[in-house]
Ligand binder design. Structure first.
Ligand code: SF4
Length: 612
C-alpha cells in the first residue's frame, strides 16, 4: 500500500504489551483514515456496551492518507472512543506534531485497550513501546506536563497529554497538545484518564511511502500558494475565526446568556478588532500556512490562544464583555485539560440554574451571576478537580448535572454534548446540523449557518436538509478522514479539487467525487450504527435540538420573537432522513447499508431495531 502504512499499533495497557497489526487494505480504501478508520476499528473491536470509563473501551488515535505530509494544514490527529459524556461514538481532531511523528513511525492508528493501575507515559519510538512511570506528572497541568516531557524527549517529539480534568474523569475532558491544541470534546481526555495514561510520546524516522512523491509535492505546493493568494487571506491572518463575533452579532446568532439571546450588548469588548489590539503572538497547528491561533494576555497577564467558539461561549454566553476575562477562562480550560466550549455551556447553564434556585444545595446560597469572572474562574478550577460539590456536579456537564437537579429544559446540548457557539432560534438548518452531528452538538460537521443566513434563513426546506448533508459529507466525512483541517476550504476558499489529486498522488487510488461522497455517507452510517448498538436502539428524539430554541423566543435584537417550530423541524428532519436513506426513526435502511458496503453491521443492528 502507498499513502497508508496498513499498520496499526495495538497497546494492551493492562498487560503493558504491544503488537503491530496489519489491518485489511479494504478498510483503508473504504474509510480512508482518521475518523473513518477509528469508526471501523471501534465497530470491529470494541465490546458492545463497553463502559466508557472502563477497560473495555478503546481509545483510538488515527491519521489519514494526507495527514503528517506537506500540504494544506495537514498536521491533524483524530482521537476517538466511546464517549463518557454521550454514551455514543465520540471523537475530535487535534493539530499536533504527533500527527507528523505517527506518519514517520509508519502507523495509521494506535489503539489503547485495557487500563493501567498506575499513571503511565507511553513512549513510542517507531513501533518500539515503553510504558514509563508518570507518578511525577500525575496532577500537573497540561502545559507543565508537556514542558517537562519536551525536556526529556525533545522539541520535535509528538506529545499529547491530559491535565487534572482528564485524570478526574471530567466528562468533557479533552486530549491536549502544544498548549492551545485540544481535541475530543465528548470526553476523550476522560477515557485517556480512565486508562491512567498521562501522556503519549511518539517519534519516528521513516520516510513516507507515497505513490508519486514528486507530483504530490507539486500539488501540495500549488495548494499552499493558492491559500496565500486568496482574497480573504490577509484578513484571516489578522483575525482568524475571531471575525465571527461581529458577524454573529449582525446576524443574531451570537449566543448570549445561555442562548437566551442571539445578540450581546458588550460584543465590541470581545470582538476580532479588540483581539487585534491585544494580540501578542500567533500560532497554530503544524504544516499550516494560515495559522489561526491568536494569542492575547489574559487578566492575569498569561498567554491564552483564542478562537471564536471559546470566546463566544466564555464571553457573551456567560455575560462577559472583556476579552481578557474570556481569555482567562479559556486558558484555565487549556491548562486543566477540558473542552472550553463545554465549559461555556456548563457555566451558562449553572448560572441560569443557580438563579432559578436549583443549585441551593451546591452554591451555598450565593447565586452565580452573569459576568462574575472571579467566581466563574473558581468554579472552573473546582470542576477540573471535582473539589467541591458544585465542581463535582458540573464535571458531569450541563446534560449530566441537570439530570440530578433539574433544568434539562435549558441545558443547551444534543445527545449530552453542549452546542457550539451559534444560536439557532432563527436558524433551523444549523439546528438540524447540531442535532444530527455524529458526536453530539458540534459545528465541525456542518457549519451551515453562514450559507443559511444568506439563503431563506427561516425556511425548513428540503434544500436546507440537502445542504446540511452536503457539508456533513465534506467536513465530517472527508476532512475528518483525510485527516486534515477543513479551514483552508471553509475560510479562505481553497479549491476542493486539490484533494482528490493529493489523495491520488499519496495513495495511487483515483477517487471520483461520487466515490468520496459515498465514502462520507458510509462513515456517517457506520457512526450511526455504533450509536444504535451502544444505545440499544434509536429514536428520533435523539436528533432534536435543545428545547429552549423552541419554547423561549428571542427578546432582543432585530429578530426578537423568533423561535424554532416543532412541526416544521420534524418535517426538516424527515427530509434529512429521507435524503440519507434512513428510516422515520433515523436508522439507516437495509438497502442503504447494502449500497454503502455496510452489510456486515446488519446482523448486529437487527438485535436492536427493525431495519426497513
Ligand atoms: S487553520 Fe487553524 S485550526 Fe486549521 S490547521 Fe491551521 S492553525 Fe490549525
Amino acid at each position: 500500500m502507498k499513502g497508508w502504512s496498513g499498520r496499526l499499533l495495538w497497546l494492551d495497557v493492562t498487560r503493558r504489551e504491544s503488537k503491530v497489526v496489519n489491518y485489511p487494505a479494504e478498510w483503508a480504501l473504504m474509510y480512508l483514515g482518521g475518523r473513518g478508520l477509528a469508526a471501523r476499528i471501534m465497530w470491529e473491536y470494541m465490546k458492545p456496551g463497553a463502559e466508557p470509563l472502563g477497560p473495555d473501551n478503546l481509545l483510538i488515535f488515527a491519521i489519514g492518507p494526507l495527514s503528517g505530509l506537506p500540504g494544506p494544514s495537514t498536521g491533524k490527529l483524530q482521537v476517538a472512543a466511546k464517549s463518557p459524556l454521550t454514551g455514543g461514538y465520540g471523537d475530535g481532531n487535534i493539530g499536533t506534531l504527533f500527527s507528523n511523528e505517527m506518519r514517520k513511525a509508519g502507523l495509521d492508528a494506535i489503539v489503547f485497550s485495557g487500563a493501567s493501575d498506575k499513571p503511565v507515559i507511553i513512549n513510542i519510538e517507531g513501533t518500539k513501546v515503553d510504558f514509563e512511570s508518570a507518578d511525577d506528572l500525575w496532577g500537573l497541568d497540561t502545559w507543565t506536563t508537556e514542558e517537562r516531557l519536551r525536556k526529556r524527549y525533545g522539541r520535535f517529539a509528538g506529545i499529547v497529554e491530559i491535565g487534572p480534568a482528564g485524570e478526574n474523569l471530567v466528562k468533557f475532558a479533552t486530549v491536549i497538545s502544544q498548549e492551545g491544541r485540544s481535541g475530543g470534546r465528548p470526553g476523550i481526555g476522560a477515557v485517556m484518564g480512565s486508562k491512567k495514561i498521562k501522556a503519549v510520546v511518539i517519534r519516528g524516522s521513516e520516510k513516507a511511502d507515497l505513490y508519486d512523491d514528486k507530483q504530490y509535492n507539486v500539488e501540495a505546493a500549488k495548494a499552499l500558494i493558492e491559500i496565500k493568494n486568496r482574497p480573504g487571506y490577509q484578513f484571516w491572518m489578522r483575525q482568524g475565526t475571531m471575525y465571527t463575533i461581529d458577524w454573529a452579532q449582525e446576524t443574531s446568532v451570537l449566543p448570549a446568556y445561555n442562548f437566551d439571546e442571539g445578540v450581546f450588548e458588550g460584543f465590541k469588548g470581545i470582538d476580532g478588532f479588540t483581539m487585534e489590539s491585544m494580540k501578542v503572538d500567533q500560532r497554530g497547528c503544524p504544516n499550516c500556512n494560515m495559522q489561526c491561533g491568536n494569542v492575547v494576555l489574559d487578566r492575569e497577564g498569561v498567554k491564552s490562544e483564542l478562537d471564536y467558539e471559546n470566546v463566544a461561549l466564555l464571553g457573551s454566553n456567560v455575560g462577559i464583555d472583556h476579552l481578557a476575562d474570556a481569555a482567562y477562562l479559556n486558558r484555565i480550560g487549556d491548562q486543566v485539560g477540558y473542552d472550553t466550549e463545554s465549559l461555556g455551556t456548563t457555566l451558562s447553564w449553572a448560572i441560569e440554574a443557580s438563579q432559578a434556585g436549583l443549585l441551593k444545595d451546591y452554591d451555598g446560597g450565593h447565586k452565580l451571576e452573569w459576568g462574575d469572572i472571579k467566581t466563574l474562574a473558581d468554579v472552573a478550577y473546582q470542576i477540573a478537580r471535582r473539589s467541591t460539590p458544585l465542581g463535582n456536579l458540573l464535571a458531569e456537564a450541563s446534560s449530566g448535572a441537570c439530570r440530578k437537579v433539574g433544568g434539562c429544559d435549558f441545558s443547551m446540548d444534543v445527545k449530552g454534548l453542549g452546542v457550539s457557539a451559534y444560536d439557532c432560534h432563527a436558524a433551523p438548518g444549523m439546528a438540524l446540523a447540531f442535532a444530527t452531528s455524529p458526536i453530539g452538538a458540534h459545528h465541525k460537521d456542518a457549519w451551515v449557518i453562514s450559507w443559511e443566513v444568506q439563503n431563506d434563513r427561516f425556511a425548513y426546506s428540503k434544500e436546507k436538509a440537502a445542504k446540511v448533508i452536503e457539508l456533513q459529507r465534506i467536513r465530517g466525512g472527508l476532512f475528518e478522514s483525510f485527516t486534515t483541517c477543513r479551514l483552508p476550504w471553509v475560510e479562505v476558499g481553497l479549491s476542493l479539487d486539490h484533494y482528490p489529486l493529493l489523495l491520488y498522488y499519496s495513495t495511487g487510488v483515483k477517487y471520483s467525487w461520487d466515490d468520496l461522497y459515498a465514502l462520507g455517507d458510509r462513515i456517517y452510517a457506520l457512526m450511526r450504527a455504533i450509536w444504535i448498538r451502544e444505545k440499544g436502539g434509536w429514536s428520533r428524539d435523539y436528533d432534536m435540538p435543545p428545547v429552549k430554541w423552541f419554547k423561549k423566543p428571542l427578546t432582543k435584537g432585530p429578530l426578537a420573537g423568533a423561535h424554532l417550530d416543532y412541526d416544521k423541524y420534524n418535517q426538516l428532519l424527515d427530509y434529512y432522513y429521507d435524503l440519507r436513506g434512513w428510516d422515520h426513526n433515523g436508522v439507516p435502511t437495509r438497502e442503504t447499508l447494502h449500497r454503502l458496503g455496510l452489510d456486515y453491521v446488519i446482523p448486529e443492528l437487527e438485535k436492536y431495531v427493525r431495519l426497513g
